[in-house]
Design a binder for this molecule. Structure first.
Ligand SMILES: *Cc1c(COP(=O)(O)O)cnc(C)c1O
Length: 233
């Protein structure tokens, strides 16, 4: 068995254990394998081992991988999780199934206008700066409901929920806090009538905490593919 297959087994088991501890069905959590910096053949290996959601952060790299993996297109989903520059929205709208990192109205308007008519609506999440870090992108929590209310009616988009990258924390309890705050924010969107179902939280270092707090998509890179080498990026 390849390393990637073994890692996938381990991560799936850990998600199932955390789901059980949370009293949630394991099937309510989707595993996204974040394949940025890894090769198309690594993605193909994971796909062969039953992995269907893949996350990418660097547009050019992602487009090259998609070309190499065109034969698998019908059976995998591409999720964009990196910062979205407004001059890069067109290829994102044309090639991805989801964008988790929408952090302003203007980006959503561009994705809406540029999503091709023949494709299913583009699923989007709003990225929230849940730990209040000055250096992090994302909406501040106080503006989420208002921005979401403006984005929800845009054509060819489907607003699914919220995404965050909390500050690293050492203990399970400390990791749970920002995830809990994001869940409360999703509830406040529902309270104003928005039909949202997605909490995109949890990375290699904190996905059990995220599952305990209601994650519906966990985004795992290192624990699936190994350490990233950024030398070429
Ligand atoms: C790289 C990345 C991940 C995966 O991080 P790991 O710690 O390797 O699991 C998840 N989410 C986003 C937005 C990322 O950029």
């Amino acid at each position: 068995m390849s390393d990637i297959a073994q890692h996938l087994d381990t991560v799936r088991r850990r998600i199932a254990d955390a789901a059980q501890a949370a009293g949630r069905p394991a099937a309510s959590i989707s595993l996204m394998a974040v394949s940025k910096t890894f090769s198309a053949s690594d993605v193909r290996m994971a796909h062969r081992y039953g992995q269907h959601l893949f996350g990418e952060s660097y547009l050019q790299e992602a487009l090259e991988k998609m070309t190499e993996l065109e034969d698998l297109r019908a059976t995998l989903e591409w999720h964009f999780v990196g910062p979205v520059q407004s001059n890069k929205t067109r290829p994102i709208a044309e090639h991805f199934d989801w964008v988790h990192s929408v952090d302003r109205l203007k980006i959503a308007e561009r994705l809406s206008a540029q999503r091709p008519e023949g494709l299913a609506p583009l699923n989007i999440c709003l990225q929230v700066n849940i730990s209040g870090e000055a250096s992090k992108s994302g909406l501040v929590p106080e503006e989420v409901v208002e921005v979401a209310t403006r984005i929800a009616p845009l054509p060819r988009l489907r607003l699914r929920g919220l995404m965050a990258i909390p500050e690293p924390a050492a203990t399970l309890e400390a990791q749970r806090l920002p995830h809990r705050r994001l869940h409360a924010l999703l509830d406040s969107m529902r309270a104003v009538g928005l039909d949202v179902d997605t909490l995109s939280i949890g990375m290699s270092a904190d996905f059990e905490a995220a599952v305990l707090e209601g994650a519906t998509i966990v985004r795992i890179g290192t624990a699936v593919f190994g350490e990233r080498d950024y030398a070429t990026h």
